[in-house]
Design a protein around this ligand. Sequence first.
Ligand SMILES: [Zn+2]
Length: 392
Amino acid sequence: MKKTVLGLFIMVDACGWEIIRNDPFCAQFAPQRKRLESLFGYSSTCVPSILSGRWPEEHRNWCYFVYDPKNSPFRSLRPLRWLPTAITSRRIFRRFLTKFVKVQLKFRGYFDLYNIPFRYIHLFDFTEKKSPLQPGGMNRGANIFDLLVAQKIPYFVSDPHRTEEENRDALIAHLQAADIDFSFLYWAGLDGLLHRVGNQSPEVPAKLRVYEQWIEQILAAARPHYDDIRLYVFSDHGMANCDELLDLKSRIDALPVAMERDYVVVYDSTMARFWFFNDRTRQLITAALQGVPEGRIVPDDELRQLRAFFPDRYFGELIFLVKEGVLIVPSHMGERPIRAMHGYHPSDQHSYASLLTNQPTIPDDVTTIPHIGQLMEKTALLAKERNAAGPA
Ligand SMILES: [Zn+2]
């Protein structure tokens, strides 16, 4: 049976406004485009915000690792601290262990042990135990998949364990069968490429051309079965080249205070988040950070404006953020530098996300990435209503 409306949402990770500003990406089939504000944080917050149409302060999917020894699921890894770092810092060993831990702990979301030292792993909890790509996947509140299930709207969603091509083909099979009203396709390849080669590499426009071909294939599969395809191609954030490295850890380690006894820190790649156990340490570390010109302490008022302020300080009592283009190395995210990164201030040039569509206009009130979630909700409900009525 021919359906009428298809909500076709395609997220191209890290396809920021600056990446496509001077590129005709999707111009043939999605000529309307708009720069969107992203959020303060990483994909760990941007993707859940898109999927829920809400902000970090509401859904509490923000940064991955938090100081929470009582609830730490990693205590069983503590004996590994005796292994030489030559082994434990190896990517291949970490990857193996990440898989092992994920199965053991029944994590459903994205999980990576990254570069968290085993000596301290028992201090931390991991905040994305559920998959935001599934119903019931948010730390707090509902996402689009809860709505789709509750409304009995048949849908497709990417499986992050599959390749980009496999997800594309799985979607195409559903479109040929015309058995869905809504889809959320998630391609992560551009993000990985940009981290590796930077935002000026000729490999970037080449990858965009590949995505265009794939989207053409998806549209070609949908057209015979749907009259009204509402296509939205968008990103969660952009990508900035990292031209300056900051060894923040050495500076903090040089202070007369001790990790675990006086404070705990998570070094993300663009921010450091601290918890303090005494005032002297708070003062010493605060003063030290104020002397680091590559970044600054983000005041609570600003966190509130960014809607990433947590009154219980769950994600850290003090948040230090570096300037765009600076990379914290080593960090708990990686031992070695990478070419480009995101997770800078949302008002920095390369942080902005993008939204492209085949619809005649992008509403004025769609200005920031959680609004994509609200657009998805409206489109899914419209598709349900129209498709229940049958073709006009
Ligand atoms: Zn990334």
